[in-house]
Design a binder for this molecule. Sequence first.
Ligand code: FE2
Length: 377
Amino acid sequence: METTAIPKIHDSAQDFMPINGTDYIELYVGNSKQAAHFYKTAFGFQSYAYAGLETGLTDRESYVVIQDKIRLVLTSPLKSGTDIGRHIDQHGDGIKVVALWVDDATYAYNAAMERGAKSYMEPEVMEDETGKIVRSGIYTYGETVHIFVERKDYEGTFMPGFKKWETPDYNPESTGLKYVDHMVGNVGWNKMDYWVEFYEKVMGFVNILSFDDNDISTEYTALMSKVMSNGNGRIKFPINEPAEGKKKSQVEEYLDFYEGEGVQHIAVATDDIITTVRQLRSRGVEFLRVPDTYYDAVMDRVGTIDEDIAPLKELGILVDRDDEGYLLQIFTRPVEPRPTMFFEIIQRKGAQSFGKGNFKALFEAIEREQEVRGTLH
Ligand code: FE2
């Protein structure tokens, strides 16, 4: 099978459910207060909103941090026996909610349910003195859910039930992260096409790109991937499944440690990847490294680019080109003890693809880390 590129504007997507963008991403974590500090200190997020004991909640506490259009909700239980605690026990820290910003959360829910979605949350109106928000939700792969957020009639901070989280004494600078470019899900053996069909049928997405195990394999490990996009292209969800290789693939390692299917990485966009990555590194974010020899061949492969190679090599930033332009990207190491979720930093200069030319170098870098973890066997 060849890699197939389907036209970039996704006319074939049945946009019955218009999505304006990613609304927020909620992680269930062991210690939301410390996680918020980490995302502020290391990644340059800003304090934004809080819900917990001080707002009348008794079972959980959430800190919301923001950087440009990216909102992370970090939630921990306040007592034992909660579903959040059980989620953390099974999966470790991980992403529970990928919330999508829609104009009509009731319509989005009804449309998805008619097309076969499994309900997570019926439409629910939340109100305060600044307006109202409507939320509804459906399940996707694993225990991950999509919550539809309708916020056109809301002017307050984040959503009703939250208060502004202000930290006058500690507000580290932004690192230049702007918005969520794409989010990748890892699903089980032979489940990729099931979830591709789910996004097509239930959400009206279209498959814009496919990679088979010939595209994504090293000497030892393999995976397959299909990229799903909504009609306006603001939401892109690549779906990975493991493929047979001589050794355990990174997707299998994820599934083992996450104990199920889930979000593998969040790719966040920047306009200046060199400055962003320099900042992130100085604040302690750890990145995967490719060998220096990667840079010997990179100019031949991608041609002329605006950036000097020296800082890219110094920082370990990867480059790839497609028919429309080029992109620069780099991947963090996992951000929790289990080798599960990580971040990608991406700067697009025309290219709308995902760095296929870097897969081999990248997966070999991941394998070196798997080797150290003792999970490459
Ligand atoms: Fe990615």
